[in-house]
Design a protein around this ligand. Structure first.
Ligand SMILES: NC(=O)c1ccc[n+]([C@@H]2O[C@H](COP(=O)([O-])OP(=O)(O)OC[C@H]3O[C@@H](n4cnc5c(N)ncnc54)[C@H](OP(=O)(O)O)[C@@H]3O)[C@@H](O)[C@H]2O)c1
Length: 218
């Protein structure tokens, strides 16, 4: 089956690591940074060989599925129109050193992905690739026959869209696990015990039960 074209907005540590795994898994990959394509060309040629460097507008138009791998405080800079009716994978986290101390990006009550969904209101936002650091993402990918495969947790409301993200996660070398709706994704964010986790299925499920109980009691 033909694989969807994956766009990655953000050519930094996460975007390039993920891009490399996607190219290796046979996906057509398009990557953009904050400026023109030639500014990231060399980076992409070296770190994501096989991917194409474009502007964000071009990536948004041409990709079937788009990963948001830019600082959380920058997503408002992206034009929503070419992304309408597309699946967006929100990999962004609030990081005050990068995003500043504005409350609009940090909220103990609401997942940042719910805000991202509200902004891209005619797209479908699924939260994934947030909790695992890029080093682990790059180093821990394993084929699905491997017994010690690490888990990537996914939060999202729409079953079809979640299923597409699960397939991508599996193809790049991780076990996908859907934890619930987008709002549940708050347990994957910085400050949560799952943030930074690169764990196998059993360990992740143990922590997940604790984290889900905590939000149910709050
Ligand atoms: N690093 C990790 O281990 C990790 C893990 C999971 C999730 N995340 C999340 O992933 C996101 C990216 O993290 P990172 O560590 O990869 O950051 P990074 O290395 O600083 O890269 C950020 C990238 O985003 C680009 N960017 C900034 N504003 C943009 C805009 N308006 N349009 C398009 N691209 C823009 C930057 O381009 P310029 O260089 O041209 O400004 C840069 O290529 C963050 O939200 C982070 O919390 C990171």
């Amino acid at each position: 089956m033909t694989k969807p074209i994956i766009g990655i907005i953000g050519a930094g540590k996460l975007g390039t690591t993920l891009g490399k795994l996607l190219v290796e898994a046979g996906y057509p990959v398009l990557v953009s940074g904050s400026q023109s394509a030639d500014k990231i060309q060399l980076t992409i040629d070296i770190l994501v060989p096989g991917a194409e460097s474009l502007t964000t507008e071009e990536v948004s138009k041409r990709a079937d599925i788009v990963v948001l791998a830019l600082p959380l405080s920058k997503y408002h800079q992206i034009n929503t129109q070419p992304l309408e009716h597309k699946l967006l994978i929100d990999a962004m986290n609030y990081w005050w050193e990068i995003d500043g101390l504005e409350e609009v990006y940090s909220d103990a009550e609401q997942s940042s992905s719910e805000r991202v969904q509200a902004y891209f209101k005619n797209s479908t936002v699924i939260k994934a690739f947030n909790h695992m650091g890029y080093h682990n993402l790059g180093d821990d990918a394993r084929p699905n026959t491997h017994e010690d495969r690490k888990v990537i947790l996914i939060a999202g409301d729409q079953v079809d869209a979640v299923s597409k993200v699960e397939t991508i996660v599996d193809h790049i070398g991780f076990t996908p696990l859907h934890i619930g709706e987008l709002k549940t994704g708050i347990i994957l964010e910085s400050g949560s015990p799952l943030f930074g986790a690169s764990l196998g299925l059993e360990e992740v499920q143990e922590q997940l039960i604790i984290s889900l109980k905590e939000i149910a009691n709050n």
